[in-house]
Ligand binder design. Structure first.
Ligand code: ADP
Length: 296
């Protein structure tokens, strides 16, 4: 497990991170979200030792992260740093060698990743001849080629088309399933919602919420219900304890008032059934953007 413990950092007198703490657990994809400027990149750079913390510590398997430990991390920086004129297979292999792999293993891993990322046919092309989406896939291969023990990816999905997102996602999931903790930032909340097991929400350099995705849904989301009937659902407005969130013809989303009894949802269902057919009656799971709004 990677642990960020009370880390703080300032630039001049601007305190960018204020005593932030969170864990990145093995075998889990941890989504790192927050508005622009909330401190995600700064945190990742501190984990990687690119930037020093002004307080606190980062530990990996309960020991401080030192340079030899970082060598075994995989990092995809926000500012992509590949060589435009170098052939892609050559450069991925070169990154593996930089991390200490022997030539044969470096080549083998390169070939495997190129195949997984659908780049085998482009192996001998210069990076600059590839589309931006494919260059992004190469960047991901470069972060993974040395079989990292821990993965830190700054906006790995930005600029990818939906097919590429699925390809990259499959590769990351495979690493997570093998026990590698994966920390990734993204501003695409729907995507994070689908991918992550755990979430860290940063707001103005503070942790607004951190924990398992489903646990956060329970903690932050207001319980809502969706009702779909055959006819107009307008009568719901007059139902006791009901607060309408959205209503459109036969479909309504509502909340129950805090004073409603434990059977209030069943009473609404009974009232609906007395009026005709009920097509849907189900709790609505709060989306990550709702959790985000509430937490921040
Ligand atoms: P995020 O990745 O969440 O968008 P960043 O970590 O990049 O946020 O930035 C957090 C804050 O720190 C921003 O206000 C940014 O302007 C500031 N910042 C980041 N890097 C530097 C730097 N090298 N010098 C001065 N300010 C910086």
């Amino acid at each position: 497990m990677l642990q960020v413990k009370s880390v703080s950092r300032s630039f001049g007198d601007h305190r960018v991170l204020q005593d932030i703490s969170f864990d990145v657990r093995p075998g889990r994809m941890t989504g790192f979200v927050g508005a622009n400027g909330s401190g995600k990149t700064t945190t990742m750079r501190i984990i990687l030792g690119v930037l020093a913390a002004h307080g606190g510590a980062v530990t990996w398997r309960d020991t401080p992260v030192t340079q030899p430990v970082r060598q075994r991390f995989g990092y995809m920086p926000e500012e992509r740093g590949l060589y435009p004129k170098m052939k892609i297979a050559e450069q991925i292999t070169w990154f593996a060698r930089l991390h200490g792999l022997d030539q044969a293993t470096a080549r083998r891993n390169t070939d495997r990743l190129l195949a997984q990322l659908d780049l085998t046919e482009r192996a001998n092309e210069a990076l600059e001849n590839l589309s931006l989406g494919n260059q992004q896939r190469v960047q991901i291969a470069a972060a993974l080629v040395h079989e990292p023990e821990m993965l830190i990816l700054d906006e790995p999905f930005s600029g990818l088309d939906p097919i590429a997102v699925e390809v990259v996602l499959a590769v990351l999931r495979e690493h997570a399933a093998a026990g590698v903790p994966v920390l990734f930032s993204s501003h695409q909340l729907e995507l994070v919602e689908r991918l992550c097991d755990d979430l860290v929400i940063l707001s103005g350099g503070n942790i607004a919420a951190a924990g398992g995705r489903d646990e956060l849904r329970g903690r932050f989301g207001t319980e809502r219900f969706e009702l779909v009937v055959d006819t107009d659902a307008g009568w719901l407005r007059d139902q006791p304890d009901v607060r309408i969130v959205d209503i459109d013809g036969p479909r309504a989303v509502f909340e129950l008032s805090s004073t409603a009894g434990p059977q209030a949802d069943q009473e609404v269902l009974r009232a609906a059934m007395q009026r005709g057919q009920v097509r849907t009656f189900a709790p609505v799971i709060p989306s990550l953007s709702e959790i985000f709004k509430e937490a921040v």
